[in-house]
Design a binder for this molecule. Structure first.
Ligand SMILES: [Fe+2]
Ligand SMILES: [Fe+2]
Length: 360
């Protein structure tokens, strides 16, 4: 994929400035600025809208390379995704809304508190100050815009970081249930597949964003650290209380739906002009089966938001079940076909999850 470099690098260590200052320092620097000595957070690739098949680039030919091109072999034609994605209609994706499941017991409260702490940390790291921006925009919209406006670049940093950790819980939960099943010599009742599929889907989100932005070493270091801490924390937490972990992921996905909704709104409001000209990369078109004429950045964000809404539902539902004995409603077939049941698609999306008595 040919690309145009539109943003580059940082010249200071994170510990020396706040993230907002760092992000400020990134913006507006030409791509050639001391590239070797300044650690890039991300390099944003701009995919041109005018021709979805043949992208135009002003980058000199020798410097054009794909961030992770498909491996070239003599005999392999294609390596398709392990889990084909269910087809979403535009109507279904537009119907996705921000929602919150009320915490009902101590386990829910622990999960919610953990998500709030993480959210605060991520807001700080990615320079995202939505609540402050809304408050200031009521009295002085221009100042709010100057101070807190999110750019394509800030959103991309946030998305890449978020997606790089989002694929962890499903893999940890699936792995632990797999080991548990073998160790205890008993069935898992279908949970592993859905959990691994979720982490696969999150990794596809990450790979899609990586086709549009190339992380520098500072970003990679942050991802490495976050993965190290988060994987181990999830591993221990899932052994102690899997129910709390599923509720935690449910709440995390509520936040993800919120973030992507804001990105879509900002894009529609003309606040992200670069993304108005951006096309979904080929990896995304293939994975989501994006129809011709519906392959813009806005379309892509609709697909990803719908996936997050699905994870929100799945994890809130799993958090409502008996972790040891209940079958996974998402891979079960039902006796009564006259009423809606949980599915892999979003045709019966339930933002706060299905209650146990409604599905089993
Ligand atoms: Fe995601
Ligand atoms: Fe997610």
């Amino acid at each position: 994929m040919l690309s145009t470099r539109t943003a580059t690098s940082c010249g200071v260590l994170a510990s020396q400035r706040t993230s907002a200052q760092i992000l400020k320092a990134f913006s507006g620097l030409p791509s050639s600025t001391n590239f070797s000595t300044r650690p890039a957070y991300i390099v944003v690739h701009k995919l041109q809208l005018s021709n979805p098949h043949r992208n135009f680039s002003t980058t000199p030919a020798p410097r054009i390379k794909e961030f992770f091109p498909p491996p070239e072999t003599d005999n392999v034609r294609e390596t398709p995704p392990a889990w084909p994605h269910p087809i979403y209609t535009e109507e279904q994706m537009n119907a996705v809304t921000i929602a919150h499941r009320e915490a009902k017991n101590w386990s829910d409260w622990v999960a919610l508190a953990a998500v709030r702490v993480l959210r605060t940390g991520l807001d700080f790291a990615s320079g995202y100050k939505h609540d402050k921006a809304v408050a200031l925009s009521k009295t002085d919209p221009a100042a709010a815009n100057r101070k807190y406006a999110m750019t394509e670049r800030k959103y991309m940093i946030r998305n890449i970081f978020l997606e790089s950790v989002a694929g962890v819980p499903g893999m940890v939960a699936g792995m632990l249930r797999h080991l548990h099943s073998m160790r205890r010599m008993r069935r898992d009742n279908g949970w592993i597949e859905t959990l691994l599929e979720e982490s696969f889907n999150e990794r596809m989100h990450l790979l899609t964003f990586l086709k549009m932005a190339e992380p520098g070493w500072f970003m990679r270091l942050m991802v490495l650290g976050a993965q190290g801490v988060f994987f181990n924390a999830m591993f221990v937490a899932y052994l102690i209380s899997p129910r709390t972990c599923h509720r935690f992921v449910g709440y995390l996905e509520e936040e993800a739906v919120m973030t992507y909704t804001r990105e879509i709104k900002d894009l529609e409001a003309g606040k992200l002009p670069l993304w108005e000209k951006t096309m979904a990369p080929e990896i995304a078109v293939k994975y989501w089966n994006m129809p011709e004429g519906k392959r813009t950045m806005r379309d892509l964000l609709l697909y990803i938001r719908a996936d997050e809404a699905k994870h929100r539902e799945v994890n809130h539902t799993l958090g409502n079940l008996d972790q040891r004995n209940d079958p996974n409603p998402y891979v079960s077939t039902y006796k009564d076909l006259s009423k809606p049941h949980p599915t892999k698609g979003i045709e019966h999306l339930k933002p706060i999850g299905w209650e146990r008595e409604d599905v089993l």
